[in-house]
Design a protein around this ligand. Sequence first.
Ligand code: SF4
Length: 236
Amino acid sequence: MAKENVKVKILRYDPEKDQKPYWKTYETAVDAGSTILDILNEIHWKLDGTLAYRRSCRSAICGSCAMKVNGANILACETPLHKYKGKTLKIEPLPGFSIIKDLVVDMDSFFDKLAAVKPYMITKKPIPNKEFIQSPEEFEEIKDSTLCILCGSCTSSCPSLWANEDYLGPAALLKAYRFIFDSRDDGAVERIDIINDRNGIWRCHTIFNCMEACPKHIKITEWLSKLKVKATENSI
Ligand code: SF4
C-alpha cells in the first residue's frame, strides 16, 4: 500500500512530571488509508511508547478514542487521515475534562452525571409475562437518542459546560430524554425533577456544538429542546 508522510503535533502532559502541557511533534510514514488511531498506534508502537491514549473496539462503538483533532472532537478510529490532507495534525485530549496523561482524560464526572439522571428503565406497571411491548411509532420517538455510545464528545464541546463544570451536559440530558420519552418507562416525573434545575436542562443555550461533535449524528439539541418543553409542562 502507498505510504504517506505525516507530521503530527500531540499535546503531551504527565501531571507527575510536567509543569504544564506541551506540544511534541512526530513525523512518520503511514499507509495512505490510515485513520487517526492507526497513526497514534504507529507512534506508540514504533516511535514513543510513553504516549498515552484510549482505544478499544476500532469500530466506532465503544467511544473510547474520542479526542480533539485540528480543532474538532472526533473518534480517532473512524476518522481517516485524508480528511486532513496536506495539513499538520494537531491532536489534543477532549477539552472540558482534566488530563490523566496525554490524551487520556478523567471521565468520572461525565459518568457521575449520567448516573444522576437514572439511566435505566423505571417501571411501576405490573411486569408482563414476556417483554414490555413498544410500537414502532413509540420507538421512533427515542430511536435517535439510543444511538449514543457515551464517547463524551458532545459534553466536552459544550461552552456551557466549560463555563460551569456542574452543568449536567448534553450526554446526560440526552440520556434523560431517552428514558423520559420511552413509552415503557414510568420515571419521567422523578427525572424531570432532576433535570429541571439551574445545572440541568436550562443551561443548554442551543449552541449546537454538541450536534457538530457527535460521531453518531444524533440530533441532540432537538431532543433537549423537547425536554425543555416537557420540563415546562411539568412545572405548570
Ligand atoms: S450524544 Fe453523541 S457525542 Fe454525545 S456521548 Fe453520545 S455519541 Fe458521543
